[in-house]
Design a protein around this ligand. Structure first.
Ligand SMILES: NC(=O)c1ccc[n+]([C@@H]2O[C@H](COP(=O)([O-])OP(=O)(O)OC[C@H]3O[C@@H](n4cnc5c(N)ncnc54)[C@H](O)[C@@H]3O)[C@@H](O)[C@H]2O)c1
Length: 310
């Protein structure tokens, strides 16, 4: 099985690459060495194409070299705060980059056997205070990052209807684990504690997020591309919901650090108060989240302690 993973040198893409190699797949990783990537994430059994998806000509040339059975599309700019400061890289990588990818697929691949999985996010649904979002609920993104993820889903859907590309979408909740770039919430908490620096918490810290361990999210992506139907969306979550402040206090406790490091800062505009995904659809198909909050967080904290220079 020949598989392409875009964003393969980033956090989730590198874990996915490792998992696919372990399954015996032949993996080509495509990455533009942008934010979140690290050369330390290379898997020596994979082949890499260092290409910016924004570069349409290079993307097409790359695709002309291969015939893939599966494509996992993860490459994206993914930090909400940065998208609010400057959305341009998000438009270029997430929207134009995704268009360039599907266009190259259309022009070069044998569409009778190819399946594409778009790795999307719960954030594009917008916030909700009670209950959980179902796949068919209205998407109401409230920041530029989420808007570009919704645009990616629209691009995928259009290529399904217009060109018969068999493309499936997995929408995941907040993912954490080893190798996550330090701009994200959990690595920020851990590295702030390591450096005895204030841990910035937006507003009251009561924003609720649903936490999924990276290995669960990766297994779900592999499960969904194998078992899902084209043009359908699959929600991937854990049911583990925590207010941000509780997450910070848990990590402080595990690292035996003082709560004096907590530093409340002004909340950002449009900050969603809660995300939650209904995962009945994948559960009924046979996929279940496995890693508990305590197990996943302890493992991640230990990893950052052993890899301080990361
Ligand atoms: N981390 C989460 O909690 C989460 C949750 C749901 C969905 N997602 C989605 O998962 C995907 C991966 O997220 P991550 O957390 O691993 O991010 P990451 O920043 O760690 O990795 C992103 C990778 O994509 C590459 N990339 C970005 N733009 C590119 C471009 N134009 N051309 C080629 N490569 C490019 C980067 O170099 C990097 O290696 C994203 O699509 C994100 O929206 C993430």
């Amino acid at each position: 099985m020949k598989v392409l993973v875009t964003g393969s040198l980033g956090f989730i893409g590198s874990h996915l690459t490792d998992a696919l190699i372990e399954l015996g797949y032949e993996v080509v990783g495509l990455d533009g060495l942008k934010t979140g990537s690290s050369i330390e994430n290379v898997n020596t059994k994979a082949t890499y194409e260092i290409i910016d998806l924004f570069d349409k000509e290079m993307v097409l040339k790359c695709f002309q070299k291969y015939q893939f059975d599966q494509i996992f599309h993860l490459a994206a700019e993914s930090h909400v705060d940065r998208s609010i400061q400057n959305a341009q890289p998000f438009i270029d990588s997430n929207i134009t980059g995704t268009y360039n990818l599907y266009e190259a697929v259309k022009l070069t691949q044998d569409l009778s056997k190819l399946k594409v999985l778009l790795f999307s996010t719960d954030e594009l649904m917008g916030q909700l205070t009670v209950g959980s979002f179902k796949e068919e609920d209205l998407c109401q993104p409230k920041n530029l990052y989420s808007m570009t993820k919704q645009a990616q889903e629209a691009i995928a859907r259009s290529y399904f209807f217009s060109n018969n590309i068999q493309t499936i979408t997995s929408r995941c909740s907040n993912i954490y684990g080893p190798r996550q770039f330090t701009e994200k919430f959990l690595p920020t908490i851990i590295t702030s504690i390591q450096q005895q620096k204030p841990i910035p918490i937006y507003g009251s810290g009561n924003q609720v997020r649903e936490w999924s361990f990276v290995k669960d999210a990766v297994n779900a992506a592999i499960f969904v591309i194998e078992n899902g139907n084209a043009n359908e969306v699959y929600h991937i979550g854990s049911g583990i919901e925590k207010p941000n402040i509780d997450v910070v206090k848990f990590v402080l406790g595990e690292m035996k650090a003082s709560e004096d490091l907590i530093s409340y800062v002004q909340d950002r505009l449009g900050h969603d108060v809660r995300y939650s995904l209904c995962v009945d659809k994948v559960n009924k198909m046979g996929w279940k989240h496995k890693v508990s909050f305590e197990e996943g967080f302890k493992h991640t904290i230990e990893w950052y302690q052993e890899n301080e220079r990361y």
